[in-house]
Design a protein. Structure first.
Length: 96
């Protein structure tokens, strides 16, 4: 049986990121936020389409980068609390 075909069903290692259906959790949240916003403004189909594009764009942005990209973006651009894995800002090297 082709193992690559079923790799989205069950995480293979403890270090694998969480999944929501077949998406990574952070990519799914990009979609869910827009769907919830669409429900609030009575435009769920339009906002679901925008959410699908946002999830696609975010997935393309994070491909090939550090797995904690969402935490880094939240810290630097939204002013949220500093993640434990993020080094002090005066250090310019990221080992990860």
């Amino acid at each position: 049986m082709d193992e690559k075909r079923f790799d989205h069903l069950v995480p293979q290692r403890l270090d694998d990121s969480g999944k929501f259906l077949f998406w990574d959790t952070d990519v799914a949240m990009a979609f869910v936020v827009f769907v919830m916003l669409g429900i609030l403004v009575s435009q769920p189909i339009t906002c679901a389409a925008i959410g699908a594009f946002a999830a696609y764009a975010y997935n393309r942005l994070k491909s090939g980068r550090h797995p904690g990209l969402a935490a880094h973006l939240a810290y630097w651009h939204l002013g949220l609390r500093r993640p434990r894995e993020l080094p002090p800002s005066h250090l310019r090297e990221l080992h990860g």
